[in-house]
Design a protein around this ligand. Structure first.
Ligand code: HCA
Ligand code: CU
Length: 381
């Protein structure tokens, strides 16, 4: 997998999430947090969207962020381009729909019109010394001949990146690999990708895109976006830290993921899913006795991710009927009590019996252990 870069779109695609309403103050907080984490680019809503949107772009450009370049996302129109280049951004992400669906039901333009506007907009943005990316919306339902024609044309004019978008979230990894391979072999410029998550393939598609030769991946914090959103930044980091540990750990501050997600969860009023990679409440909880025993001996036995890489800790769930004596022994030690292994095996049986009858809390287990401990000590005395 090559040296990939992240284009975070929480402040553009993420604004299309049903619950999102970002005040200027919150946009600034999010931009600073993304910069601190180390994303390579931050994509902002088009300055043409509203007066306030334009002010936001201008304000964020003036923050002087250290790690992240600023992009804004505009339609393939000269009108939008002229406003965008005046805002202070480092680059412009241009997009236009190329599938039959979008050409017929959205903007109504044919491929020759699209090509003409693309050339005009790209040459204009380049003449201002800014980075330019040209993307086709709904790439996976577009005609491959149309795609190759438009991408090779914009490549010749000298775009920095072309974008490939799975706008409806229907692509699977094999389709991604094939399309990106085909396009990669026809252009010199870098490839950016944008995957929606309607069918749950967004992270897998992003990973496969890198394997096929793409370099830039669009993400959003918690994956928020239109409908059920796009590639989640945290989940994508989980994937990539396994595939390219040194690169990922040296480039991105992984221990900021939880803070980033909490910030967004609070602002858009959602809970972090229980099964979220890295930050789901049980992402590092080990339950079955067999697992607990092995984790206590060597955590890698049942962990592909190391919680300490993210500033988190693992948890061994011992208050249940699947528990084993190794997990209970660890709890006995935490409680600072002295029991022999044979005694621990007996008390473990008591705990498992109780766990057959009802769900157990930590306090239940602790009081079973403490009762057992004091009774054993009475007998000794
Ligand atoms: C949308 C546009 C977009 C753009 C992606 C891109 C998409 O439909 O809201 O610029 O590459 O998903 O196609 O987010
Ligand atoms: Cu999108």
């Amino acid at each position: 997998v090559p040296r990939f870069e992240i284009i975070d779109s929480t402040l553009r695609e993420g604004e299309q999430f049903a619950n999102a309403f970002f005040t200027l103050e919150n946009k600034i907080r999010i931009a600073k947090a993304l910069d601190d984490f180390g994303v390579d680019y931050i994509e902002l809503t088009s300055p043409v969207a509203s007066d306030q949107a334009r002010e936001e772009v201008e304000t964020i450009c003036k923050l002087g962020l250290k790690n992240s370049k600023i992009l804004t996302h505009i339609r393939c129109h000269m009108h939008d381009a002229k406003i965008a280049v005046e805002t202070g951004v480092d680059g412009v992400n241009v997009f236009i729909g190329t599938s039959n669906f979008l050409r017929q039901h959205s903007h109504g333009k044919d491929m020759s019109f699209i090509t003409k506007s693309a050339i005009e907009v790209i040459e204009f943005v380049k003449s201002k010394g800014l980075e330019i990316r040209f993307s086709t919306e709904d790439s996976f339902r577009s005609d491959i001949v149309d795609l190759l024609n438009i991408y090779t044309t914009v490549d010749k004019i000298g775009v920095n990146r072309i974008g490939i978008a799975d706008t409806v979230g229907g692509a699977n990894p094999r389709q991604v690999y094939e399309l990106i391979r085909t396009i990669k072999s026809s252009v010199k410029c870098e490839i950016e990708t944008h995957f929606h998550n309607d069918t749950g393939c967004a992270i897998a598609n992003a990973y496969t895109a890198l394997e096929a030769g793409a370099k830039f991946i669009d993400t959003c914090i918690l994956g928020i976006g239109e409908r059920n959103g796009i590639v989640p930044l945290g989940g994508f980091m989980a994937r990539m830290v396994v595939s390219a540990p040194d690169y990922v750990k040296s480039k991105y501050k992984l221990n900021k993921i939880r803070e980033l997600e909490n910030l967004i969860a609070e602002i858009v009023q959602v809970n972090i899913p229980f099964n979220n990679p890295i930050t789901g409440f049980c992402a590092f909880t080990h339950k079955a006795g067999i697992h607990a025993k092995a984790i206590l001996a060597n955590p890698s036995t049942y962990e592909i991710l190391n919680p300490t890489d993210f500033g988190l800790t693992r948890y061994i769930h011992f208050a249940n009927r699947l528990t084993g004596w190794n997990a209970i022994k660890a709890r006995v030690e935490q409680l600072n009590l002295n029991l022999t292994d044979d005694q621990i095996k007996i008390v473990t049986q008591q705990i498992k019996k109780m766990g057959d009858i009802r769900p157990l809390g930590i306090e239940d287990v602790d009081s079973i252990i403490k009762d057992f401990h004091s009774k054993e000590n009475e007998i000794v005395l």
